[in-house]
Design a protein around this ligand. Structure first.
Ligand code: GDP
Length: 304
């Protein structure tokens, strides 16, 4: 139910626009499709993904010769579920970790302010609640506040944190964190990293160095590179995804702050455009408001 509440603004805005798009029309014709295109683009689904959806609907209209506007809701739901299925193979419904990789190392990336620290804290809580032992690594050494905030979460969730002083080498913090986690037989490691996008070459170099040094401790680390995006920034989130996927190999996404925004369509567009699964969504400030993204629940919550 927190998912429904979290997506409320996106849904209300989407269905208001959709209602206007089909007003006075009983069948899906070119006008309706044009309007629908605008609805999707202004709902932050992204131009490429919007065109893909429109094209698929056009094909269905052509094949069936007729589509009533009353069916549009159902058809959009099917097409969006289909798109999500292309990126989300093997759907997790709970906070799970692969059994054969311990400690499982998640390197968390994203620009400041998107909710990176909060997401790490919430993940630590959720994994711990599932019985996994967690270690945090404060490898965003660029800002003292980043280290302090992560410490606050470590205290709140009661999990160990590895940190050094501000300005120290992030790769060295990552090395220490993985060494400590290995020594403790920890199940999962969450490494916070700096997200300064203004210098792409630096970002790329820093992230590859962190990875390289981690691999001295655990050869196949990181097992996951989780990019955190602020869903309420809409098109900015697309741009950040573009930059980070160029700088490093991103394997999963967390989209935060969906509760305060009507731009929830980014979840569909970003996962389709970058072919990277959205693994977690943030729909509020409470720890339980970080949810494992489930495409079925998402589509159900959106279209019902
Ligand atoms: P960081 O700079 O990326 O580490 O960002 P923080 O983790 O400090 O988060 C920035 C702000 O966003 C904080 O006030 C968080 O409470 C808030 N925040 C993070 N995720 C969510 C979410 O899913 N919903 C809402 N409403 N706020 C969030």
């Amino acid at each position: 139910e927190s998912l429904d509440k979290g997506l409320e603004k996106t849904k209300t805005s989407f269905f208001t626009k959709l209602g206007k798009a089909v007003a006075g029309k009983s069948r899906v014709d070119d006008d309706v499709l044009d309007n629908l295109e605008e609805v999707l683009v202004t709902s932050d689904v992204g131009v490429d993904t919007t065109l893909k959806i429109i094209e698929r609907i056009e094909q269905r209209v052509a094949a069936d010769k007729y589509m009533g506007t009353d069916e549009l809701n159902k058809i959009l739901r099917e097409e969006i579920a289909g798109l999500l299925s292309e990126t989300h193979r093997g759907e997790a419904t709970d906070f799970e970790l692969p059994e054969d990789k311990r400690p499982y190392v998640i390197m968390v990336v994203g620009v400041n302010g998107v909710g990176k620290t909060t997401t790490i804290g919430k993940l630590a809580h959720q994994f711990k609640a599932k019985g996994f032992s967690v270690v945090l690594g404060a490898a965003d050494t660029f800002r003292a506040a980043a280290i302090d905030q992560l410490q606050v979460w470590a205290d709140r969730v009661d999990v160990p944190i590895v940190k050094q002083k501000m300005g120290s080498d992030p790769a060295s913090v990552a090395f220490d964190t993985l060494s400590a986690a290995t020594a403790k037989n920890a199940d999962v490691v969450l490494i916070d990293t700096a997200g300064r996008l203004h210098n792409k070459v630096n970002l790329m170099n820093e992230l590859s160095k962190v990875k390289r040094v981690m691999q001295k401790v655990i050869p196949d680390a990181p097992h996951e590179v989780l990019l955190v995006l602020d869903g309420s920034t809409g098109q900015n989130a697309f741009e950040q995804a573009r930059q980070f996927t160029k700088a490093t190999e991103v394997s999963s996404l967390a989209v935060t702050k969906l509760d305060g925004t009507a731009k929830g369509g980014v979840v569909i567009g970003i996962s389709d455009q970058f072919q990277i699964p959205v693994k977690y969504i943030g729909v509020g400030e409470r720890v339980e408001d970080l949810q494992v993204f489930n495409k079925f629940e998402f589509v159900d919550s959106f279209f019902s």
